[in-house]
Write a protein that binds this ligand. Structure first.
Ligand SMILES: Cc1cc2nc3c(=O)[nH]c(=O)nc-3n(C[C@H](O)[C@H](O)[C@H](O)COP(=O)(O)OP(=O)(O)OC[C@H]3O[C@@H](n4cnc5c(N)ncnc54)[C@H](O)[C@@H]3O)c2cc1C
Length: 424
C-alpha cells in the first residue's frame, strides 16, 4: 500500500486512482490538479502507449504518407509536472470496494480514497461465419490503426460492415486511397441512430457521389476466404462482394467488467447519478463507459464522444473537490468523412421535425431539429458558424422559429450572440 505523497484538501491522505488513461481519465487528472487537488494521483492504462487521441485514427491517420505517430493527449512531461504516478501498459484487474483497493496486472495493490472508472468501450464483435479470417479488422486502438494502415495501401477491394461514424469515416479514407469500397448496412439508412433522416439522406448521397457502393438494408451474413485470408463478404441478400480488407464498425460495448465484478450497478454502461457517482459513493464513472441521467433527453444515456468524455471529467473532478451539481452539458460531436465535415450540436431523436438551412447542393448546409416546438439539435455540414451558433443557443436553452431557421437572410450567428432571448 503506498503512502500518499500529499494530503488532499478535505481528504487527509487522499489518493485518486484512475482506471483508463484515455480522453476522460486524462482530462480528470488535469482538472483535479487545476482545481487544486493536492493528494496523490495514480492512473492505469492497459495499452502499451502513452495516452493518445483516437479521433484521427479513422481519419487523417489513414491517409497515404500520414505521420505514423499518434497525436498525444498530453505532452510527455505532463505526468511529472502534475505529480502523477502513470502506469502505462498496466491493466487494473480487480476492485475490492470493502478494502478500497485496486489490484493491477503487474501484481501491485493500491489503496484509493476515490476511484474513477474511465475504461471506455470495446468494439462489438461480429459473430458470423468466417469472422476469424485474416484481413478482417476493427478500429478502436492505435494498434488497430497501425495494422489497418499497413494493409490499406495494398487493398484493391474494401468492404465496410456498418454505416456508423467509424465505418463511414473509414470508407471515405479507403476510397481516397483508391480502393473500391462497399459499405454494407443492415438498417435502412446510414448513421441511423445518430442523425436525423434528413441529414442521413444527404450523407448517403454524398458518399455515393464519391464512388462508394452503399448497400442499405443488407447486413453481413458470412465471410469467405482462401488460405485463411478473407476474399469476399456475403450479404444477407446473398450478394457477394470481393474483399481484400474488411472493416467492421458495428458499434461498441462499454467496458463494464471491473464494475460488474465489483458489484456496481451496470445497465448499458456503469450506472451513475447526476454527479457521475456510481452506486458506490467513492467510485465515479465517466466517458464512454458511463450511463448517466441526461436532463436534455429526460432519460438516461451513454454517449461516445470527446465532448462527453472531457466535460464529464471536468464535472467529476469538481465533484471530487467538493462541488455539488448535476451534470448537464450540451452534447456535441464531429465527424470528418472525406470532404464532409459534419458537426452536431444537441441530440436529435426519431420524430423530430426538421428544417433545412442552406442548399445541400453547395455542400454547405444545416438541418435544424425541433421537438415539441423547441430547437433540440442542429446538424451541420461544412457550416461551422451554424454549429457554433447552435451550441451557444442550445446551451442557453434558447429556441427560434422554424421559419427563422430556414430563412437564409436570418442572421443566426448574431441572434445566438444576442444576450436577450428572442423567442422562448
Ligand atoms: C477511431 C475512432 C474515431 C473517433 N472519432 C471521434 C470523433 O471524430 N469525434 C468524437 O467526438 N469522438 C470520436 N471518437 C470517440 C472518442 O474517441 C471517445 O468517445 C473517447 O475516446 C472516450 O473517452 P474515454 O476516456 O471514455 O475512453 P477511451 O478514450 O477509450 O479510454 C479508455 C481507456 O481505458 C483503458 N482501460 C480499459 N479498461 C482498463 C483496465 N481495466 N485497466 C487499465 N486500463 C483500462 C482502455 O485501454 C482505454 O485506453 C472516436 C473513437 C474512435 C475509436
Amino acid at each position: 500500500m503506498p503512502t500518499p505523497a500529499h494530503p488532499a484538501p478535505g481528504h487527509p491522505g487522499g489518493h485518486v486512482v484512475v482506471v483508463g488513461n484515455g480522453q476522460a481519465g486524462m482530462q480528470l487528472i488535469d482538472s483535479l490538479r487545476a482545481g487544486g487537488y493536492a493528494g496523490a494521483i495514480t492512473v492505469f492504462g492497459e495499452e502499451p502507449h502513452a495516452p493518445y487521441q483516437r479521433p484521427p485514427l479513422s481519419k487523417d491517420y489513414l491517409a497515404a504518407g500520414a505521420d505514423p505517430e499518434p497525436l498525444p493527449l498530453r505532452a510527455a512531461r505532463f505526468f511529472l509536472e502534475h505529480d502523477v504516478d502513470a502506469r502505462h501498459g498496466v491493466a487494473v484487474t480487480a476492485v475490492d470496494r470493502h478494502a478500497r483497493t485496486v489490484a493491477a496486472a503487474d501484481g501491485t495493490t493500491l489503496r484509493y480514497t476515490t476511484l474513477v472508472l474511465a475504461t471506455g468501450a470495446r468494439n462489438r464483435p461480429l459473430a458470423v461465419p468466417g469472422s476469424g479470417l485474416a484481413g478482417i479488422h476493427g478500429l478502436r486502438t492505435l494498434d488497430d490503426a497501425e495494422r489497418v494502415h499497413a494493409h490499406l495501401g495494398r487493398a484493391a477491394n474494401v468492404v465496410v460492415i456498418g454505416a456508423g461514424f467509424i465505418g463511414l469515416e473509414f470508407a471515405a479514407a479507403a476510397a481516397a486511397r483508391g480502393a473500391n469500397v462497399t459499405v454494407l448496412e443492415y438498417g435502412p439508412r446510414p448513421l441511423g441512430r445518430a442523425v436525423s433522416a434528413t441529414m442521413s439522406g444527404h450523407i448517403a448521397a454524398a458518399h455515393v457521389r464519391d464512388g462508394i457502393d452503399l448497400r442499405l438494408g443488407d447486413g453481413i451474413a458470412a465471410f469467405v476466404g482462401t488460405d485463411g485470408h478473407v476474399t469476399a463478404a456475403v450479404a444477407g441478400s446473398g450478394a457477394e462482394y470481393p474483399a481484400d480488407l474488411v472493416m467492421v464498425g458495428v458499434g461498441v460495448l462499454p467496458r463494464t467488467e471491473l464494475a460488474l465484478a465489483a458489484g456496481l450497478e451496470v445497465d448499458n454502461g456503469i450506472v451513475v447519478d447526476g454527479a457521475l457517482r456510481t452506486s458506490d459513493p467513492n467510485i465515479f464513472a465517466l466517458g464512454d463507459c458511463a450511463n448517466f441521467p441526461q436532463p436534455r433527453l429526460g432519460a438516461r444515456a451513454r454517449l461516445e464522444s470527446v465532448q462527453n468524455a472531457t466535460d464529464q471529467a471536468r464535472h467529476a473532478a469538481a465533484a471530487i473537490l467538493g462541488e455539488t451539481g448535476e451534470y448537464d452539458e450540451l452534447p456535441w460531436f464531429w465527424s470528418h468523412q472525406g470532404t464532409l465535415k459534419l458537426q452536431i450540436a444537441g441530440l436529435s431523436q426519431p420524430g423530430d421535425g426538421t428544417v433545412l438551412r442552406g442548399d445541400p447542393a453547395t455542400g454547405k448546409f444545416s438541418v435544424f431539429c425541433f421537438r415539441d416546438g423547441r430547437l433540440a439539435a442542429v446538424e451541420s455540414v461544412n457550416a461551422p458558424a451554424d454549429h457554433m451558433a447552435a451550441r451557444r443557443a442550445l446551451a442557453a436553452g434558447r429556441t427560434l422559429d422554424p421559419d427563422q431557421a430556414a430563412d437564409p437572410t436570418f442572421d443566426f450567428k448574431a441572434w445566438s450572440r444576442d444576450p436577450a432571448p428572442a423567442a422562448v
